[in-house]
Structures are given as structure tokens and as C-alpha cells.
Write a protein that binds this ligand. Structure first.
Ligand code: UTP
Length: 300
């Protein structure tokens, strides 16, 4: 079994759910507390031992490359001014030289197509995919949880979470086989099934460990739901040919590609910060109390 060394970050989407914020700024550069959301995903990958990072980018996304680059003039200025903490935090965002590759997706043709754009970097190695707009607040970083399972079973490992049965049409859904309550073998995958057609309520979330053969399937360019090249459809073709497991994870998921998830992530991550938590609680307490009162008054 080959070790996992490469991670692909599809960041070429349009981010229309976050307009107008993302009309010019890449969605992945929106900040949760004081860090762009892409940096959370990069740190998660590095915590899981990833050495080669691949951004699948598009026009207008170069800000992201700059964020992870060295910035000599800024460092020298901060150093001259004795801004030790600020210097350390700017430098902590660097990706070591030679570990970042950027490939372009000229048109947003779907997540499957974005992943396929990274094929010449991935080559014949297993790779992780991290969708950076999904943040996972976990004691052990989520990709590291998946790597543990990968080291035991090999093959493909995807993270899943339970969603309300009436919401299956928003997600890729797993048809589970043998299931011990945490890890299930994957018998099938269906992209956005209507509730009455859904084989379970286990939805695929934005962390995957995949075998390189998925690139061969994606090369066919088959178009699925929504007229896009779907990663879920390509992964489904590997079932039965390679081990395939779905893992429920311990922690909270925030979909920062949507407005409510993004705001909730800011509050949740802010409350994790010892330097900010009490100030955030104090600022929110009267707002929440007023909100509670307003809702009580409007209830029938
Ligand atoms: P999303 O559907 O959440 O992102 O795709 P989006 O298309 O940018 O967002 P909306 O719906 O218009 O608001 C999940 C991830 O896959 C990437 C996105 O950048 C995001 O990180 N993606 C999606 C691509 O890189 N290329 C695509 O063609 C589609």
C-alpha cells in the first residue's frame, strides 16, 4: 500500500452562494476569525503528513498563491518594528518551497473535472481531496482521522455525516454495506437522490482519500447531475474493484460556502480561542437574549 503524500484542493468554483462577498475575492480567502478558510484546509493536510499540495485554481484566484508564499519585504518591515507575534503568524502561512503546485481549471465544469485537472501531478499515487469551503472542528484533524482508516484498510476512504432524511437531494449519498456504527463499507454512491430514492442518510462531506484509478474514470468526462462532471459518479465506478470505506467523523462540520455555515463557523472557531472567547460571549449575550425575546413574542 502506497503512503498518502499528495492532497488536491479544488478552488476553481465561482462561489455564487456567497455573492456579493466573492464577486472579486476568492471564496477560499474569506476569513474565519483571522485566517482564510483555505489555510485551515492546508494546515489540516499538513497535520496528516501531506507533503505535496495541489491547488486547482481559475482566473482571479492568484491571491491564494500569494498568501502561502514568502513575503520578504513585509517580514523585514515587521522585524524592524519588533512585531514578533505578527511576523510569526505571517510566516506560519507559508507552504515550504517546492511543495505547492497550481493547475488551472479553465471552466467550472464540476468537482470531478476539477480533480481530473490535477492528474499529471497526482500520477500513480493515492491522493486526498479537501474541499476547503467545508471546515471541520475536530479534536483530531479530520484528514488525520481518515489516514488512520486508510492505513488499516487501504483503497478509498471518504468522510460522511448523517443528514436529515428530507435533505438527501442536496448531497452525495452512500449506500452502506457492513457497518460498525463508525466505519461502513461502501456498496454504492448516489449523487443528490430524492429522499424516497436515497439508500441512506449518510452524506459525503468534503474530505476524501482516493486511488489514482479514479482519474482514468474521470478522463471519460461523463457528465452527471446538473450537467457537471461529478466526482461521486467516478468514485462509484471503483466500488467492487478496490476497498472502499465511509467513515463517520467526530467533530462539527461548517459549510462555509453557504452564508449560515460561514457565520456559524466564525462564532464556533472564535469561541475556541482563549484570547477571544469571553469577549465574543459578552458581545453576543444581549443580541441572543433580544433575539430569544423577539421570537417568543412572535410565536403563536
Ligand atoms: P461548490 O459547489 O461548493 O463551490 O464546490 P462553488 O461552485 O464555488 O460554489 P457556489 O455553489 O457557486 O456557491 C465545492 C468545491 O469544489 C470547487 C469549489 O471551488 C469548491 O471548493 N469546484 C467546484 C471547482 O474547483 N471546480 C468546479 O468546477 C466546481
Amino acid at each position: 500500500m502506497k503512503p498518502l503524500r499528495t492532497a488536491v484542493f479544488p478552488v476553481a468554483g465561482l462561489g455564487t452562494r456567497s455573492f456579493p462577498a466573492t464577486k472579486v475575492i476568492p471564496k477560499e480567502m474569506l476569513t474565519v476569525v483571522d485566517k482564510p478558510i483555505i489555510q485551515f484546509a492546508v494546515e489540516e493536510a499538513r497535520a496528516a503528513g501531506i507533503e505535496s499540495l495541489v491547488f486547482v485554481t481559475s482566473r482571479g484566484k492568484t491571491l491564494m498563491e500569494d498568501h502561502f508564499d514568502q513575503h520578504r519585504e513585509l517580514y523585514e518591515m515587521l522585524d524592524r518594528r519588533g512585531k514578533v507575534v505578527e511576523l510569526a503568524s505571517a510566516r506560519a502561512a507559508e507552504i515550504p518551497v517546492g511543495q505547492l503546485t497550481c493547475v488551472r481549471q479553465p471552466e467550472p465544469l464540476g468537482l470531478g473535472h476539477a480533480v481530473w485537472c490535477a492528474r499529471n501531478v497526482v500520477r500513480d499515487e493515492p491522493f486526498a481531496v479537501l474541499l476547503p469551503d467545508e471546515l471541520f472542528l475536530c479534536e483530531k484533524p479530520l484528514l488525520a482521522q481518515l489516514v488512520e482508516i486508510y492505513n488499516e484498510y487501504g483503497g478509498n476512504v471518504i468522510a460522511v455525516s448523517e443528514v436529515p432524511k428530507d435533505q438527501t437531494a442536496r448531497y452525495g449519498i452512500v449506500d452502506p454495506g457492513e457497518d460498525d456504527g463508525r466505519i461502513a463499507t461502501v456498496r454504492g454512491l448516489v449523487e443528490k437522490p430524492e429522499p424516497h430514492e436515497a439508500p441512506s442518510n449518510l452524506s459525503i462531506v468534503g474530505r476524501y482519500i482516493l486511488q489514482p484509478q479514479v482519474m482514468d474514470v474521470l478522463s471519460r468526462g461523463s457528465v452527471g447531475k446538473g450537467g457537471e462532471v461529478q466526482l461521486t459518479d467516478a468514485m462509484a465506478r471503483l466500488i467492487g474493484l478496490q476497498p472502499f470505506h465511509a467513515a463517520r467523523f467526530e467533530g462539527h462540520r461548517f459549510d462555509c460556502g453557504g452564508r449560515a455555515g460561514f457565520v456559524a463557523a466564525n462564532v464556533a472557531y472564535g469561541l475556541q480561542r482563549p484570547d477571544l472567547a469571553s469577549a465574543i460571549r459578552a458581545a453576543l449575550a444581549p443580541v441572543l437574549a433580544e433575539d430569544e425575546q423577539r421570537r417568543a413574542e412572535t410565536l403563536p
